[in-house]
Design a protein around this ligand. Structure first.
Ligand code: TTP
Ligand code: MG
Length: 347
C-alpha cells in the first residue's frame, strides 16, 4: 500500500484570504457571512473561533458571541480565483486532482516519481510562498485516511497515516469520524452498540449489512482503514460509447467491420472533443434474439485515434461467435484519462 493519496484543505479559507489582503485584519476575529438578520456564517478566522463562532451559525448569534468581530460579506469571485491558483499548484504534480470544494481536493500522485510525502510538503510550501495562505495536508494510502489526516492538526497541519499505524489512529475515534457518517447514522450505530471505530472493525459484519445494506459493508471496511474509492478528476466521462442498430440483421463480417469503422470514427471524434484518451475498448453485440454479449480488451497505453479503436474492436469481433445474426453493434472506450494536459500544463 503506497502513500499516494494527498488531501489538501485550506485553513479558514475565505477569512484567511481577507486577512491576507487587508493587513488590518491580521490576528483579528474575522467572520465572513451573509448580510441581514437571517445571514449565516460562511467561515470564521481561527481568532473568531475562540469565541465559539463557526460555519453555518446565524450571524446574529455570532455577533452575540463575538461583538468585537469584523464582519464581512465576502467576495466569492476572489475566492474562486484563489481556488484556481491552488489547483494550478496541484497540477504541477499530477493530473489526478479531485476538488471537493473551492478549498479542498484529493490528489493521487502515484504517477509522479517523487516521494509523495515530499510532494505534499512542497505543495504546502508553495501555497504559503506563492499565495501567502496556509493549508492543512494529509497523506495516506486512501481517500478516507488522507482526509482524516488533513483534519488532524489544523490549522497548517501536516499528518501522514501509514498502513502500519492506521488502526491505531482510527480505532479510538468516535464513529462519526467514518467517511459519510452524519449525525443520524452515528446515532443509529450507537443504538446498535457501535461507539468507536474499533467497535465496528471488531463488530458483527452481518449485523451492519442487515442494518445498512451495502453501506454497512463499506463502514466495516472503512473501520479497518480500507477505502477503495479512486481519485476522479471532474468532467471526465467514465466512458464514451456509440452503438448502432442495423436496418437488416446480419452475420456478414465484412458488413460488421464496415459498421465498426464508422463507430470507431464517432468514438474517436468524441474522445477528441472531450480531450480524453482511454485504455479499454468494449465491443457489444446484440443478436437477432436480443441476447447480448460484450467483449473487452485493456491495453498498456492509451488510445483515442480511430485506427487504434478500430484495430482493437476488430480483434474483439473475431472472438464473437456468429452462429446467429446480429441486430446491433457498439463500441465503448473506457478507463479514461485526460489527453495532452501534461504538455499544456508545462507550457
Ligand atoms: P471549510 O474547509 O469547511 O472551512 P474553512 O476552510 O473556512 O476552515 P478550516 O480551517 O476548518 O478548513 O470550508 C471552506 C470554505 O467554504 C469556507 O472558508 C467558507 C465556505 N463555507 C461556507 O460558505 N459555508 C459553510 O457552511 C462551510 C462549512 C464552508
Ligand atoms: Mg478549509
Amino acid at each position: 500500500m503506497e502513500l499516494n493519496i494527498i488531501h489538501v484543505d485550506m485553513d479558514a479559507f475565505y477569512a484567511s484570504i481577507e486577512q491576507r489582503d487587508n493587513p488590518k485584519l491580521k490576528g483579528k476575529p474575522v467572520i465572513i457571512g451573509g448580510r441581514g438578520k437571517r445571514g449565516v456564517v460562511s467561515t470564521a478566522s481561527y481568532e473568531a473561533r475562540e469565541y465559539g463562532v463557526y460555519s453555518a451559525m446565524p450571524i446574529v448569534k455570532a455577533r452575540q458571541l463575538c461583538p468585537q468581530g469584523i464582519y464581512l460579506q465576502g467576495d466569492h469571485l476572489k475566492y474562486r480565483e484563489v481556488s484556481g491558483q491552488i489547483r494550478e499548484i496541484f497540477y504541477r504534480y499530477t493530473e489526478l486532482v479531485e476538488p471537493l470544494a473551492l478549498d479542498e481536493a484529493y490528489l493521487d500522485v502515484k504517477g509522479n516519481h517523487k516521494n509523495s510525502i515530499r510532494i505534499a510538503k512542497e505543495i504546502k510550501r508553495k501555497i504559503k510562498k506563492e499565495l501567502k495562505l496556509t493549508a492543512s495536508i494529509g497523506v495516506s494510502y486512501n481517500k478516507y485516511l488522507a482526509k482524516l489526516a488533513s483534519d488532524f492538526n489544523k490549522p497548517s497541519g501536516f499528518k501522514i497515516i501509514s498502513p502500519f499505524e492506521a488502526k491505531e489512529v482510527i480505532f479510538p475515534l468516535d464513529v462519526n469520524n467514518l467517511w459519510g457518517v452524519g449525525p443520524k447514522t452515528a446515532q443509529r450505530l450507537k443504538e446498535l452498540g457501535f461507539y468507536k471505530i474499533s467497535d465496528i472493525a471488531k463488530g458483527d459484519r452481518s449485523l451492519l449489512i442487515r442494518e445498512f445494506g451495502k453501506r454497512g459493508y463499506q463502514l466495516y471496511k472503512l473501520a479497518q482503514g480500507e477505502d477503495y474509492r479512486k481519485v476522479t478528476p471532474p468532467g471526465l466521462p467514465k466512458s464514451l460509447g456509440k452503438e448502432t442498430t442495423f436496418r437488416y440483421d446480419t452475420r456478414d463480417k465484412g458488413v460488421l467491420r464496415g459498421y465498426l469503422k464508422d463507430l470507431s470514427k464517432e468514438v474517436a471524434n468524441r474522445a477528441s472533443n472531450k480531450n480524453v484518451k482511454g485504455k479499454t475498448i468494449t465491443l457489444k453485440v446484440k443478436y437477432e434474439n436480443f441476447e447480448e454479449l460484450s467483449k473487452s480488451r485493456t491495453i498498456e497505453g492509451n488510445i483515442s485515434k480511430q485506427e487504434d479503436i478500430y484495430r482493437l474492436a476488430e480483434i474483439l469481433l473475431e472472438e464473437v461467435v456468429l452462429d446467429k445474426k446480429i441486430r446491433l453493434i457498439g463500441i465503448t472506450l473506457s478507463n479514461i484519462t485526460e489527453d495532452g494536459v501534461e504538455q499544456l500544463k508545462l507550457l
